[in-house]
Design a protein around this ligand. Sequence first.
Ligand SMILES: [Zn+2]
Ligand SMILES: [Zn+2]
Length: 304
Amino acid sequence: MEPFRVHILGCGSALPTLKHNASSQVVEIREKLFMIDCGEGTQMQLRKSKIRFTKISCVFISHLHGDHCFGLIGMISTFGMLGRTATLRVYGPKELGPVLDSQIKTFCQGLEFSVEFHAVDTTKKTVIYEDRSLTVESIPLKHRMPTCGYLFREKPTLPHIKRDMIDFYHVPISQINNIKLGASWTTPDGDVIDNSRFVEPADAPRSYAYCSDTRYIPDLYKLIEGVDTLYHESTYASDNADRARKYHHSTARDAASVARDAHVGKLFLGHYSARYNDESVILKEAQEIFPNSYLTNEGMVFDV
Ligand SMILES: [Zn+2]
Ligand SMILES: [Zn+2]
């Protein structure tokens, strides 16, 4: 199965700590790398992770709080110094466009690659990126400013060929693609061999949803129903529920409720408040509602 995994570069929240970096992660799907959020310090985290800078084609920014985007201009500047020529696509709320433009004009004169900005409507779920193997959709979230999450979905792939059956019936190589697309095979004697003899079903397409930052949205589950893996912010545990409400963040209980209602496979927690020295309280609270919950940490890599 082709890789579909997530590299955690930062899973802290706004206040810097020695323990966590600001939000950023890289989604790796079949040789392609997509960054989600780019808090301060992201490029140092990239260095540590040994992810190849040049392979990042797109950056998706959830909202314009500094802990999600202060690292972007620094990273763009570094891409310039490293001699990047490939276009970098940046997706985010429309307010990011003029800010980025002005920063590039001020700090990155003579860039030899273009930065293409794509404004995302944070009020609705819509496909904002598509290529041969996947789509990315926006997920409207509720925070103190326009904010959206992102949903990465693999496209269905063609079935696997049963090599031994191909050999057995002497099917020529030139016909293999047709067989993958559903064709049957007629032998030289005129016998029709059904397509199902030659193929095994394709792997089920996988999906990953990123939801940070947001207050608890009781019907968010409808937008991410059945995703394999969900990252949902859990800035606090319920001991700080009033704070979560005030700053439009979620508790571990909220995150786990969304995961349970959406019937996701796995839940990953992050965006921890600096108030927690030990996040096991966050994990415990989530697992009481949704057992398949995990804490994220810098340097962690998980399969979707
Ligand atoms: Zn944040
Ligand atoms: Zn925020």
